[in-house]
Design a protein around this ligand. Structure first.
Ligand code: PGA
Length: 253
């Protein structure tokens, strides 16, 4: 067993993406109520669209469910139409933020340098970032997946994260929303490479930074994935939208 898996609780993070109107708050309330009546070994966080963050944070306040945002800007305020800052997330009741999700990198052209700026701003404001990395199918088939992801780790993590709480999430793009999951062998190989890079950058802290897996995690495969070496949690998209599925994943941790 690794140091990381013995010293920290797994983090199960539900990324709602661009899904959820007011009625979806009931799903979050159901997750919170279930965890209040039966505690989980995992830490749990929900990342609703920013329109719901404040109300969802209020709805689960005092429960074991933490909340966060799906993105933040690298600056604390200013003329950046449509963006939200780390301070605003904190003010809305969030305590975490996803930085550099592949959908942000692809849809909005975010570079690893920009992602590092976001993670820096998040940590400086007191949020716990989850920094995402992952390769395309083309890169995997070319045999370059590990080198690509390790470079993304290096470029997406600012040195200022040293001593601050943060998480990495490995999400192969070809496994996101496709129903296709990376094999446990793929996951173990990549997480080991990420762990070595984190240790090289951050020393002792790098040996225990949680590394989450994401990409079509569902109740049926969560137990096997979460038991794999160096898997410190899961970043769950589609299966986090329904309380019953999300709770089944939480219970598998
Ligand atoms: P998915 O999304 O679980 O729907 O594949 C995961 C993610 O993108 O965070």
């Amino acid at each position: 067993m690794t140091l990381s898996s013995t010293t920290s609780r797994p983090l199960i993070a539900g990324n709602w993406k661009m899904n959820g109107l007011s009625a979806a708050l009931d799903e979050a309330r159901a997750v919170a109520a279930a965890l209040e009546s039966q505690a989980s070994t995992a830490r749990v966080a929900i990342f609703p669209p920013s329109t719901l963050l404040s109300r969802l944070s209020e709805a689960v306040r005092g429960s074991p469910v933490a909340t966060g945002a799906q993105d933040c800007h690298g600056k604390s305020s200013g003329a950046h139409t449509g963006d939200i800052s780390a301070e605003m997330i904190l003010d809305a009741g969030g305590s975490l933020v996803i930085c550099g999700h592949s959908e942000r990198r692809t849809d909005h052209g975010e570079t690893s340098a920009q992602v590092a700026g976001k993670a820096e701003a998040a940590a400086a404001a007191g949020l716990e970032p989850i920094v995402c990395v992952g390769e395309t199918l083309e890169t995997r088939e070319a045999g370059d997946a590990v080198a690509f992801v390790v470079a993304q780790v290096r470029e997406s993590l600012p040195a200022s994260l040293a001593g601050k709480p943060f998480n990495l999430a490995y999400e192969p793009l070809w496994a996101i929303g496709t129903g296709r999951t990376a094999s446990v062998d793929n996951i173990v190989e990549m997480h080991a490479a990420i762990r070595a890079e984190l240790a090289a950058i951050f020393g002792e802290q790098g040996k225990v930074v949680p590394i989450l897996y994401g990409g079509s995690v569902k109740p049926e495969n969560a137990g096997e994935i979460l038991a794999a070496a160096e898997v410190g949690g899961a970043l769950v998209g589609g299966a986090s939208l329904k309380a019953t599925d999300f709770l089944a994943i939480i219970r598998a941790a």
